[in-house]
Ligand binder design. Structure first.
Ligand code: URA
Ligand code: SF4
Length: 235
């Protein structure tokens, strides 16, 4: 449909589109997608309402193919402003952990289950507080994530936190119970779930934070061991 036709259609509508619609991004995915085509296509996605309050789409970034793909929940405040995933405090923590376990950042693709920042204004001040995406929003955005998986074809898929783990591994998945376990999967040769780095940053005190950070690094260490072993056997 031509852009002009669309505009006329919208203009003739007196009511705003309902937020209860069940559209997804499926019809925006090109047939043989490349990463560049996906990134470009996602810029104008309006398949759910999350685009309305966000600055821009934050698509996944990294090489395609990549050895490891990390999936978080959604872009945060810094990501929304810059347009890049995992560049804020949680991303810094992730980067540090990757250095510690010896995973090269150039082997890594990072993305989120939804590509727009969902937030509410803080009661006081200008802070924008992250709000959990709804199931319908996660489902609307899923075609982008599936297309990323298709082009990135990671050896290991790492779910960061419950939203990513439940979207990819099922709603009964419990990160607290099943974290750090490398599992075979149809999504990638191996899948592992761990805590979200943002939740580590929300730990109540320094000791708790250090403890959680160690557990996070331990989980990523398993990913490092696996890709190093696979690299060894492929050589
Ligand atoms: N948290 C996420 O889940 N994703 C980001 O990109 C940044 C913070
Ligand atoms: Fe599209 Fe995903 Fe953004 Fe919703 S969150 S508008 S589905 S890119």
């Amino acid at each position: 449909m031509r852009a002009q036709g669309k505009r006329r259609l919208r203009g003739s509508n007196t009511k705003a589109p309902s937020s209860a619609h069940s559209t997804t991004a499926a019809n925006l995915i090109p047939p043989s997608p490349t990463l560049a085509a996906l990134q470009m296509g996602a810029r104008n996605c309006k398949a759910c309402d999350l685009f309305r309050n966000a600055t821009q789409t934050v698509f996944g970034e990294g090489p395609a193919p990549a050895r490891v793909m990390f999936v978080g929940e959604q872009p945060g405040d810094s990501e929304d402003k810059t347009g890049h995933p995992f560049v804020g405090p949680a991303g810094k923590l992730l980067d540090q952990a990757l250095v510690e376990v010896g995973i090269d950042r150039s082997d890594v693709f990072v993305t989120n289950v939804v590509k727009h920042f969902k937030w509410v204004a803080a009661q006081r001040g200008k802070r924008r507080i992250h709000k959990k995406p709804r199931q319908s929003e996660i489902e609307a955005c899923r075609p982008w994530l599936d297309a990323e998986l298709q082009v990135v074809r990671p050896e290991v898929l790492v779910c960061l936190g419950a939203s990513a783990a439940q979207a990819l591994l099922g709603k009964d998945f419990r990160v607290t119970r099943e974290r750090g376990v490398l599992m075979k999967s149809h999504l990638a040769p191996y899948v592992l779930a761990t805590t979200h780095p943002a939740s580590i940053l929300r730990a109540p005190d320094i000791r708790a934070r250090e403890q959680q950070r160690r557990e996070f690094v331990r989980d990523l260490g398993k990913v490092a061991d696996l890709i190093n072993a696979r690299r060894g056997s492929a050589a």
